[in-house]
Ligand binder design. Structure first.
Ligand SMILES: CC(C)(COP(=O)(O)OP(=O)(O)OC[C@H]1O[C@@H](n2cnc3c(N)ncnc32)[C@H](O)[C@@H]1OP(=O)(O)O)[C@@H](O)C(=O)NCCC(=O)NCCS
Length: 386
């Protein structure tokens, strides 16, 4: 396997865009990325599209060539990857393998989702398709209620409190307020975060990620050729994808995600680093409790300590381990199929010192964690400027 670099990034803003369809969002992200990586469409050897539910949200199937041809990319393999909210993280993982193995020299990965064309009850129903439809979903579960059960159990087992959950929301909203591409640029107080409208007890409005439209894209090439296309290449030092049961009731312990532990252990080993070396991270905060558990599963804090670690300010932009400086899924937005690649784009911005008002001083080793469903898929990527 040969070393791989991210040579280009591109993103649309995230938000609710009534006048935009899935393809126009994907094309905007892809075109910005090709320009950023100094590539013409004809130089791309393969195209991967991360998308969770375009056919359900927008009625369109066969999405990869539908997008790639609109980008002017013709003839090459164009493949859609679906892994719930980890769709584009997984697309990135497969693109990485294509370049690392020497099969391709230049791969474009676009993640996209167009969600706001459906009302919230229908969005909730479509998202529930990432759960076990014959069991937990048939019994009435939604993703908010599944993560509510996870939160309740974490509270029972470790003493995690509503205040710990709210601290995640307050921090991510503060970061998102500094991100010009974030959907919700609104600072919230602890009091607001504690008292949002109830969604699924103990989770309220401010514990939930947003319903969003948006796209993000990255361009990968062999590291040895990266300088031809960018002055600021970022290396993929470690990457792994892991899987687990889809249904929550099949997991022996719902306060930890084995797929996150497995993927991160492999990625750390591949990069030759450990949790203490990571300087900043973008974590999958689809619900506030998910960020707390990710902090623990990735080894940033001991089990049960993710909440206190957050409340103490360690994960703030000015803390020892800044997490979700983009605003995270909570405030930046969560167009589910775009999220994994958007995390990579946000870390690359930090590593290139192009993150504007939210720039952090230590940014040479970063980690992205992209989760699908209630933990059935996880992709962990470690990036470095070395
Ligand atoms: C929480 C949720 C149900 C709220 O949707 P809703 O009840 O339809 O909310 P509305 O669109 O009517 O918005 C009501 C207000 O809350 C705000 N709002 C909506 N969702 C919000 C969120 N997640 N966080 C903070 N504010 C939010 C809106 O901006 C609006 O504010 P305004 O009155 O000042 O304009 C929805 O955001 C949701 O389902 N989120 C989770 C998505 C999800 O499950 N993703 C996959 C994860 S695995």
């Amino acid at each position: 396997m040969r070393p791989v670099a991210v040579i280009g990034i591109g993103k649309t803003p995230f938000g609710a865009f009534g006048d935009r369809d899935l393809r126009s969002l994907a094309v905007e992200g892809g075109e910005k990325c090709l320009a950023n990586g100094r590539h013409a469409p004809g130089q791309v050897d393969a195209f991967f599209l991360g998308n969770f539910a375009g056919p359900s949200f927008a009625g369109q199937n066969h999405l990869a060539p539908y997008v790639s041809t609109a980008l002017g990319i013709h003839g090459v393999p164009a493949t859609r990857v679906e892994a719930a909210c980890a769709s584009s993280g997984s697309a990135f993982f497969h693109a990485y393998n294509g370049v690392a193995s020497g099969v391709y020299d230049s791969v474009l990965v676009v993640g996209v989702e167009k969600m706001t064309c459906q009302p919230t009850p229908r969005v909730t129903e479509i998202l529930a398709g990432a759960g076990d439809c014959a069991g937990e979903i048939k019994a009435g579960s939604t993703f908010a209620s599944l993560f509510a059960m996870i939160a309740r159990r974490h509270m029972h087992q470790f003493g995690t409190t509503r205040e710990h959950l709210a601290a995640v929301a307050v921090k991510n909203h503060a970061n998102g307020a500094l991100n010009p591409d974030a959907q919700m640029r609104k600072v919230i107080t602890m009091e607001q975060a504690m008292n949002g409208k109830p969604i699924a007890d103990p989770l309220n409005l401010y514990d939930c990620s947003l319903i969003s439209d948006g796209a993000a894209a990255v361009l990968l090439a062999p590291a040895e050729r990266a300088q031809e296309f960018t002055d600021k290449p970022v290396r993929v030092l470690g990457i792994a994808q892991a899987s687990d049961f889809v249904a929550l009731d099949q997991k022996p312990d719902i306060t930890t995600f084995p797929a996150v532990r497995l993927a991160s252990a492999k990625a750390y080993q591949m990069a030759g680093v450990g949790p203490a070396d990571i300087q900043l991270a973008e974590l999958h905060d689809c619900f506030t409790i998910a960020e707390i558990i990710a902090i623990e599963d990735l080894g940033f804090a001991a089990r049960g300590e993710g909440g206190p670690f957050t409340l103490a300010g360690h994960t703030a932009r000015t803390g020892s381990k800044p997490i979700n400086t983009s605003g995270g899924l909570k405030s930046k937005g969560h167009p589910v199929g775009a999220t994994g690649v958007a995390q990579i784009c946000d870390l690359v911005l930090q590593m290139r010192c192009e993150a504007g008002a939210r720039q952090v001083p230590r940014h040479s080793l970063a980690l992205a964690q992209n989760l699908g469903g209630s933990g059935a898929t996880c992709v962990v990527t470690i990036l470095g400027t070395v």
